[in-house]
Write a protein that binds this ligand. Structure first.
Ligand code: NAG
Ligand code: NAG
Ligand code: NAG
Ligand code: NAG
Ligand code: NAG
Ligand code: NAG
Ligand code: NAG
Ligand code: NAG
Ligand code: NAG
Ligand code: NAG
Ligand code: NAG
Ligand code: NAG
Length: 632
């Protein structure tokens, strides 16, 4: 009887979920001595340690990869109740209120797409589909029916919005693996604050997204827990890192929103390679509690979506002091000295299609052409077209915006991730980001001390060998720095050489403070509301290519200064690879970012969905996308 009352969509969801639990685990890829062959280049690696523990761990907990035969069958079970390719939050909620769609039908449509496309194409964006979806959507269906029956017709902002959550956010019920086999037993006891906030606004956690292991890589999203994420626009190409799974999933319409994290680039880079809108907010306005840290003094969590409106709708639910009191950095947002703008309760109010009128925007050519980049000509052309679009939409553009002065040395900033400190002993540039500090070890071990994982120290993980060979270098460089704590920089030698940078955060490290001071002074002097540059200077690399110019321009301004940055699609190269415009504003000026991003998006509409991930129909056959390259 129970079955008869279900809609076909609920039946499909149930079938899919049953099949998911029946699938036998795939063997995880993890570190072992030997060689691997990215791009045909042989690289050696060697690790030491007890293997049996990791072996059992991966067998016990690596689950839910779908066999291709099953995946292909799914699309053929029929057309979804509602077309979900490029669907928007407003669109699906209107369809629900019009009684054209239930929540379980919507979620079933996305599960169907994941089942059909994710493994069969090799995109591999989703590590697992959440096991409780049938229950969650049944409750949402009842809530929707009640809203309709009451005649109120008001749904919670994020009602039934499906999210793919990067696998470094704590999510109760499934492991938070951080891309690593070593954390496959890391079952958290509470949701990350942002996860709790979006659930409270009505969201459905649909799946955990694959990612770059430990969130180390800006270039590629690959890990021992679930392999590599491929780009839906060209599955021979990477998604950038480290939030590649959620980004690819949203781009291929496997979900509506992705949650990513950004330490130096990892929301904006993957959003760029997948033609998404992604925001890295001001340090202090969103909580990182329950997110596995990379470097806490620059980590940010936030949304990636297909439209500025969808991203703004999510953003307004994750801002302000952490209601669980677990991330003190968010107290800054309530401090009017630090945050003169306050916390708006509604960010969609800033979405104004005419909003570029009267705005002044500085073009950071110094960053685009900094001495370490080799910008791609097609990306430059797309960026120059974006500048003309901004002008024709009403903005005043200051090309080649300049940043002057340097109280720490004798030359102004030249666009690098570094600060010239003058003619001391080494006459050198000194990095803002201080990679020689032990921040990762300290921050990760603080997380592990209360986490579900059996591992409690970075050293234990290292000697276990439980990681992908491609992260060996990051492990060893971090192990070398394990004794350089916040108090030990600059060193005596460094001071003699003129170094002043410390391991501190954006408010205490003198180099980061000076950089922000100079940028803001330059913006004030030139009346600039925002600064722009290409999201990345080069398009997505081929899988396995670790050598051609990368073009990550995201590391320098927001991560060091704490200022917010957003990326918006600005077109495609002749090979169909996405490019984005990056926009940066003053601390806490996210309203300005949303206004500019929205007016640009509405005035240009550059995003087009990846071909090959069309709507499921009763006739669907294999999409024909196959990867041409094998990769370990
Ligand atoms: C890798 O190992 C092989 C065999 O031990 C050695 O011949 C080769 O030089 C090594 N390559 C690199 C890049 O270290
Ligand atoms: C890997 O190589 C190291 C050093 O060469 C050796 O000590 C270790 O036993 C090897 N591990 C495995 C699993 O072969
Ligand atoms: C794997 O599962 C088995 C059986 O439940 C258990 O005995 C063993 O301790 C588990 N191993 C790990 C590493 O979790
Ligand atoms: C609901 O479905 C009806 C009939 O197909 C259609 O006319 C209407 O536009 C739909 N409304 C929404 C909001 O989807
Ligand atoms: C779903 O709800 C049923 C009935 O309340 C419960 O028995 C079951 O454990 C729930 N399943 C999940 C995965 O939450
Ligand atoms: C509809 O419900 C919402 C949420 O419960 C409530 O805030 C709002 O006041 C209600 N509107 C009407 C017209 O009853
Ligand atoms: C606000 O921030 C300023 C600057 O860091 C600090 O001096 C002040 O004590 C803070 N106020 C509160 C109430 O935390
Ligand atoms: C937010 O502002 C927009 C535009 O002013 C308005 O349409 C919307 O209803 C507001 N949302 C909330 C939750 O107040
Ligand atoms: C939108 O922006 C234009 C140009 O700045 C301004 O005149 C208009 O008042 C804004 N509209 C809203 C609703 O804020
Ligand atoms: C920008 O201005 C600087 C300083 O005047 C100059 O060195 C540089 O060549 C200019 N760059 C471009 C792309 O015009
Ligand atoms: C300067 O160079 C010396 C010798 O190479 C080195 O030991 C020292 O660490 C360097 N100092 C800085 C600040 O880079
Ligand atoms: C399925 O294929 C048949 C024959 O090509 C076509 O007539 C029909 O419209 C297709 N149905 C769908 C839902 O695409």
């Amino acid at each position: 009887m129970a079955l008869r009352q279900r809609t076909p969509a609920v039946q499909l969801l149930t079938v899919v979920l049953l099949a998911l639990t029946a699938v036998s685990p795939i063997k995880a890829q993890f570190g072992a001595n030997g060689t691997f062959h990215p791009g045909g280049v042989t690289r050696n690696f060697s690790v030491t340690g007890p293997w049996n523990f990791i072996d059992t761990l991966s067998l016990n907990y690596t689950t839910q990869a779908l066999p291709q035969s099953f995946a292909r069958a799914q699309c053929q079970t029929g057309q979804p109740a509602y077309p979900v390719v490029e669907a928007t939050i407003d669109g699906v909620q209107q369809a629900m209120l019009a009684e054209n769609l239930t929540c379980s039908q919507l979620i079933a449509a996305y599960v169907q797409r994941i089942s059909y496309y994710d493994q069969s194409t090799g995109v591999n964006a989703v590590r697992l589909v959440m096991p409780d979806l049938a229950n969650v959507t049944a409750a949402k269906d009842a809530q929707l029916a009640a809203v309709i029956a009451s005649g109120n017709n008001t749904l919670p902002d994020l009602f039934c919005v499906p999210f793919v959550v990067k696998d470094n956010y704590d999510t109760v019920g499934v492991a938070t693996a951080n891309g690593a086999v070593a954390l496959l037993d890391n079952f958290p006891s509470a949701d990350a604050t942002i996860v709790a906030q979006i659930k409270a606004a009505g969201a459905v956690i649909l799946a955990k997204g694959n990612m770059a292991e430990w969130a180390f890589s800006n270039a590629v999203s690959i890990g021992s827990a679930f392999g590599i994420v491929r780009n839906p626009y060209d599955t021979d190409r990477v998604t950038a890192g480290s939030s590649g799974g959620p980004a690819a999933a949203v781009s291929a319409s496997f979900a509506m929103i992705g949650l990513g994290t950004d330490t130096g680039n990892s929301i904006r880079g993957p959003s760029g390679h997948n033609a998404l809108v992604g925001i890295r907010s001001t340090i202090g306005i969103t909580s990182r509690a329950g997110i596995i840290p990379l470097i806490l003094n620059r980590d940010i969590g936030g949304p990636m979506g297909r439209t500025v409106t969808d991203v703004a709708k999510v953003f307004q639910h994750i801002v302000g002091p952490d209601p669980t009191g677990r991330d003190d950095v968010t107290l800054r947002s309530a401090n009017s000295t630090l945050n003169p703008y306050g916390i708006p309760s509604n960010y969609t109010q800033f979405l104004n299609a005419s909003g570029l009128q009267g705005k002044t925007i500085g073009v950071l050519r110094s960053l685009e052409f900094n001495p370490t980049t080799s910008p791609d000509g097609e990306i430059q052309n797309l960026f120059n077209r974006a500048i003309m679009d901004l002008q024709s939409l009403g903005a005043t553009v200051i090309d080649n915006f300049t940043v002057t002065g340097n109280s720490l040395g004798d030359k102004p900033w030249d666009g690098r991730n570094s600060w010239y400190v003058g003619t001391g002993a080494n006459g050198s540039f000194v990095g803002f980001s201080n990679p020689q500090c032990a921040n990762w070890i300290e921050d990760l071990q603080t997380y592990l001390s209360t986490a579900g994982s059996s591992f409690k120290t970075v050293n234990d993980i290292y000697v276990s060998g439980g990681f992908h060979p491609s992260v060996v270098g990051s492990f060893t460089s971090n192990m070398r720095n394990q004794n350089i704590s916040s108090a030990s920089l600059p060193t005596a030698n460094g001071i003699a050489a003129g170094q002043v940078c410390t391991c501190g955060d954006d408010l205490t490290n003198p180099c980061r403070v000076e950089f922000r001071t100079r940028l803001l002074a330059a913006m004030d002097a030139q009346n600039a509301d925002a600064l722009i540059y290409p999201g990345w200077a080069n398009p997505a690399r081929l899988v396995g290519d670790y050598d051609s110019p990368l073009g990550d321009l995201s590391q320098i301004i927001p991560p060091n200064t704490g200022m917010p940055g957003i990326v918006v699609p600005m077109g495609y190269t002749s090979r169909g690879l996405p490019a984005t415009l990056q926009i940066v504003a003053r601390p806490y000026a996210e309203p300005t970012l949303f206004t500019i991003a929205y007016a640009y998006e509405q005035g240009t509409k550059r995003r087009t969905p990846p071909p090959g991930f069309s709507e499921c129909t009763a006739n669907s056959t294999s999409s024909g996308i196959t990867s041409k390259e094998a990769f370990p």
